[in-house]
Design a protein around this ligand. Sequence first.
Ligand SMILES: Cc1cc2nc3c(=O)[nH]c(=O)nc-3n(C[C@H](O)[C@H](O)[C@H](O)COP(=O)(O)OP(=O)(O)OC[C@H]3O[C@@H](n4cnc5c(N)ncnc54)[C@H](O)[C@@H]3O)c2cc1C
Length: 340
Amino acid sequence: ELGQSLGRLGRALRDQMPAAGSVWGGWTPPGIHPDPRPPDEADVVVVGGGVVGWSVAYWLKMLEGRYRRHGMRVLVVERDPTYSRASTVLSVGGIRQQFSLLENIQMSQFSARFLRDINEHLGVPNEPPIDIQFQPSGYLFLASPEGAAELEANVQLQRAEGAQVALLSPTQLKERFPWINTEGMAMASYGLEDEGWFDPWILLNAFRRKATSLGVHNCCGEVRAFVTSANDTFPSEPESARIKYAHIYMPDSLEYQPVACSIVVNAAGAWAGKLLEAEGLPGELCQPPLPIQPRKRYVFSWHCPDGPGLSCPLLVDTSGAYFRRDGIAGNYLGGMSPPE
Ligand SMILES: Cc1cc2nc3c(=O)[nH]c(=O)nc-3n(C[C@H](O)[C@H](O)[C@H](O)COP(=O)(O)OP(=O)(O)OC[C@H]3O[C@@H](n4cnc5c(N)ncnc54)[C@H](O)[C@@H]3O)c2cc1C
């Protein structure tokens, strides 16, 4: 009788608090089961299920055939399926070709081609096609007289890599964007192709859906500790130790599942440095420390019905402050990155 009463009380409480029915507040993004247990073994454990983690998982499965490693068992571990603090979903979603580093330009050119043909790469049979809501729009970098030479050198590098970038004088700038105050401007560079912005949440889900369809596993949990060969009865030298197990802690629990693995990919984003402090990693394996730590970033959103409208580029001024249009209803978003 007591059991029945308690059962009734439990059901009544659950009905009162629908969000309490699940660890994740009753809402779970598609593709992630609230509590899938990790497998006992995986060849590769990817720590972090942001866009980088899922992209790594996708490419591992895509390229496994090339290296005759069919059937690679890949596990993506994400501690927060709501992605409330992940850079991927908090980002501005911009893609540009205008970088000062050769490698960044080359990666961005690859990304632009990849995104253009995204359905060929990430499409899954019998699933809806992917539309990342791409908004083509050039980045517009403004330069003061002091910064003009550097801007010009960057554009030369970008053009040498095949990027389509225009250099504008203040007069040309004013003609093209009459709403810009060109006082104190010496020059501007404007991307003519392969620049704009898209919805990073859609891209993340597209990678996840495709990787899952290729056999990648995922689980909710936090990797907090490792066991390495330095812990063996006959231990290897700490600097040549290999990770043997990743300990995955279940959400809201002290319970963990050890997953035997050969390779761990650190895709923990801003927490990548923190992961190297995980229990069980010999200090020698983590030297030099990763210079990555979470920093406060912000993006403001504002409504400005008389703003530049559809012709608004992603503008970066001489201070590094940036803004862009957000939709077509007079909304804008922008911010400023902290100094290095
Ligand atoms: C405000 C802002 C604006 C940006 N704008 C742009 C832009 O316009 N264009 C552009 O290209 N880039 C932009 N970026 C950068 C871009 O968002 C990031 O480079 C990219 O999203 C990084 O992806 P990630 O997967 O490495 O990290 P994240 O998306 O942060 O994913 C890392 C994941 O790892 C998980 N995790 C961490 N530790 C553990 C653990 N121990 N166990 C399990 N899971 C763990 C976290 O929960 C997180 O979900 C911006 C970033 C910010 C912050």
